[in-house]
Design a protein around this ligand. Structure first.
Ligand code: OOG
Ligand code: MG
Length: 262
């Protein structure tokens, strides 16, 4: 680690304040060019600790930058991992107040819910499928706290991977019966199809994202517990939204999930 405990705490407070007050900031690596991966995850962990200390519950985990479309869009090459807090969860068909957000974008995703713990190292797709209770369509809303979504990997990890809201809905799918690679998706904004894809866009198979998350946690002595909701990452590029927009994600055989921005 290159930062001390005081710097970690101050950067976590700064980034969380930006989230809670919906104002942007410059990427933190400009002032801390030497910060390393451990520092970045320590800042994210401190944001999680701050929320939990206020009584907010961590309700899920996420992998991000897992599709080539997302990696190309953001100019990065490695997946990143974050957490989901209780107030991020929006019901299917619900409404999101854009005045609480900076510059939201939506992502079509496949969410997994586990029924057994997943612990790396050595976790692979087979382990993930065996430990999956069901999969379900999800729209993730991301809102980088960095000006114009301009960041590098360490800055985005510290910022809890731009997490802000998520919606799950539609039908539960059985990962044993579905071919998640050919699972087709259509993302609609205001009734117009704006992005298309299939599960294979996420690291060849979306279960790989959970295997990589379990291996990442395993290196830190942690695991994905049983009963965890995990977002496996945007299948297509993220799409900007503003007040007045409605978004619907249709997933082949698993129905649809939608959300409105007010
Ligand atoms: C980082 C978060 C990316 C995904 O699904 O790829 C993410 C960002 O692009 O701001 O959640
Ligand atoms: Mg995402």
């Amino acid at each position: 680690m290159k930062l001390d405990a005081g710097q970690i705490a101050a950067l976590a407070a700064h980034l969380e304040d930006c989230e809670l007050q919906a104002h942007d900031t410059l990427k933190i690596t400009l002032d801390h060019p030497d910060m390393d991966w451990e520092d970045a995850y320590a800042i994210q962990d401190e944001i999680r600790r701050r929320k939990e200390a206020r009584g907010q519950k961590t309700v899920g985990l996420k992998a991000g930058l897992t599709s080539f479309a997302k990696m190309r869009q953001m100019g990065v090459e490695t997946p990143v991992f974050g957490f989901l807090t209780d107030y991020f969860s929006v019901p299917d068909g619900g409404s999101i107040d854009t005045s609480k957000l900076i510059h939201p974008k939506v992502e079509p995703e496949i969410a997994f819910v586990t029924k057994a713990p997943l612990k790396g190292p050595g976790c692979h797709i087979g382990d993930v499928l065996a430990a999956t209770d069901f999969v379900i369509p999800a729209i993730e809303i991301i809102d980088s706290r960095y000006r114009d979504f301009k960041f590098d990997l360490k800055s985005v990890v510290a910022d809890n991977c731009s997490s802000t809201r998520f919606v799950v809905g539609g039908c539960m799918g059985d990962a044993r019966a579905l071919d998640l690679r050919t699972l087709g998706i259509v993302l609609e904004k205001n009734g117009e199809p704006v992005a298309f894809g299939a599960g294979a866009a996420v690291l060849g198979h979306p279960a790989t994202a959970l295997a990589e998350l379990a291996n990442h946690l395993g290196r830190r002595g942690q695991e994905i517990p049983a009963g965890t909701l995990v977002l496996s990452g945007g299948i297509t590029e993220a799409v900007s939204v503003q007040a007045g927009d409605s978004v619907c994600l249709r997933v082949h055989g698993l129905g649809s999930v939608s959300v409105h921005f007010a």
